[in-house]
Design a protein around this ligand. Structure first.
Ligand code: KG4
Ligand code: ZN
Length: 335
């Protein structure tokens, strides 16, 4: 096949990102975050859509400039079609359609969760198939059997909250700004993970549940602050280390079960929470203990970015998987 050069756009949540990929090699990956949500303790969808509209033109311009690619070299435009926030997705989808239509090139609709997994094919070492991927983000917690670039099956997932949501909600209860996951990670490094124990229910099979631990954590904070109003301030590192340890333990109990059930010992992690240092370390320790072959993405490709959309777009382009112009975003798109 001749050269493939794509522009990719990601706008599913609160990061506006654009990337350029040439024959499977990422040439640029620009990410603009949105500070506006931190004071609200969570993402405000309407503000996210507006911020995407402000960011998308300069972000795409910068991605093309850094890649030293001019528009007429592009063969297609890839974009996140879902899952994500409807208003945020709409900005990226409309922009991608208009951009591609103007150039007379096709569009490629990428599944955001597949793209998180395909981020593993940006850099070396790349996993061989099949492998299991623990995909952990603000909206999802899944164990995925990956048999090929575009051949994936969810074999376990959460029945309620995502683990990223559990991190963020715990952080909010501690008075930390949104998104709190990275802050829990930071303070956890300074604390003792065995200081506090949090009860949680073990779900059947490969199903996760994080809503119970969230409630247990809330009662724990309320109980201690009643006795000592400065409890959180005085014990923040130990509290963060303990809740992080529990969340990681829950993640790993099902992951170990999945390895046992499938016999697949090649394990990858993906999604925003895969940036967590405790999770990365635990995976490395498990690899040494069980002789697993593990794949941990570089930090820049853990949280939302368009490079992963570009990588997925590349494999879809090779298969001629183009989208109709009438496509509308799918907030609940499944793998
Ligand atoms: O994949 P992502 O960027 O967006 C979604 O698709 O949801 O994931 C965002 C989630 C947030 O919940 C954020 O708190 C969490 O990933 N996160 C972390 C860390 N970095 C990001 N959670 C724990 N530790 C981190 N270092
Ligand atoms: Zn994501």
């Amino acid at each position: 096949m001749s050269d493939i050069t794509l522009l990719a756009i990601e706008s599913s949540c609160d990061e506006t990102s654009a990337a350029v990929i040439h024959n499977g090699i990422i040439l640029s990956n620009i990410v603009a975050g949105q500070e506006v949500h931190s004071k609200y303790g969570g993402i405000v969808p309407e503000l996210a859509s507006r911020a995407h509209q402000q960011h998308i033109v300069p972000v795409v311009h910068e991605a093309l400039a850094q890649a030293k690619i001019v528009k007429k070299q592009l063969n297609a435009v890839a974009f996140t079609g879902g899952p994500g926030l409807l208003g945020s997705l709409l900005v990226g989808v409309s922009y991608a359609k208009a951009f591609a239509k103007g150039l007379g090139v096709p569009i490629i609709r990428v599944n955001h969760m597949q793209a998180h997994i395909l981020a593993h094919f940006i850099d070396d070492p790349k996993p061989a198939f099949p492998f299991l991927c623990l995909t952990v983000s603000g909206g999802h917690t899944q164990i995925v059997m990956v048999r090929g670039y575009l051949d994936m099956e969810v074999i376990g997932e959460t029945q309620d909250d995502a683990v990223g949501e559990a991190f963020d909600k715990a952080a909010k209860m501690l008075g930390l700004p949104y998104p709190g996951g990275p802050l829990i990670d930071k303070y956890a490094a300074l604390g003792n993970p065995l200081t506090y124990e949090f009860p949680h229910v073990d779900m059947p099979g490969l199903t996760y549940s994080f809503s119970g631990i969230k409630t247990a954590f809330l009662y724990f904070i309320q109980r201690h602050t009643k006795l000592n109003p400065d409890f959180v301030a005085q014990h923040l590192p130990d509290i963060c280390a303990s809740i992080q340890y529990t969340l990681i333990r829950i993640l790993f109990s099902k992951l170990r079960k999945a390895v046992k059930e499938t016999g697949v010992q090649r394990i990858a992690i993906a999604g925003g929470v895969s940036a967590n240092k405790g999770l990365r370390k635990t995976l490395e320790e498990a690899a040494a203990e069980h002789q697993w072959e593990v794949f941990i993405p570089s930090f820049e490709y853990c949280t939302d970015n368009a490079a992963m959309i570009a990588m997925a777009g590349h494999y879809m382009y090779e298969k001629g998987l183009f989208e109709e112009w009438t496509f509308s975003p799918e907030p609940r798109l499944k793998i």
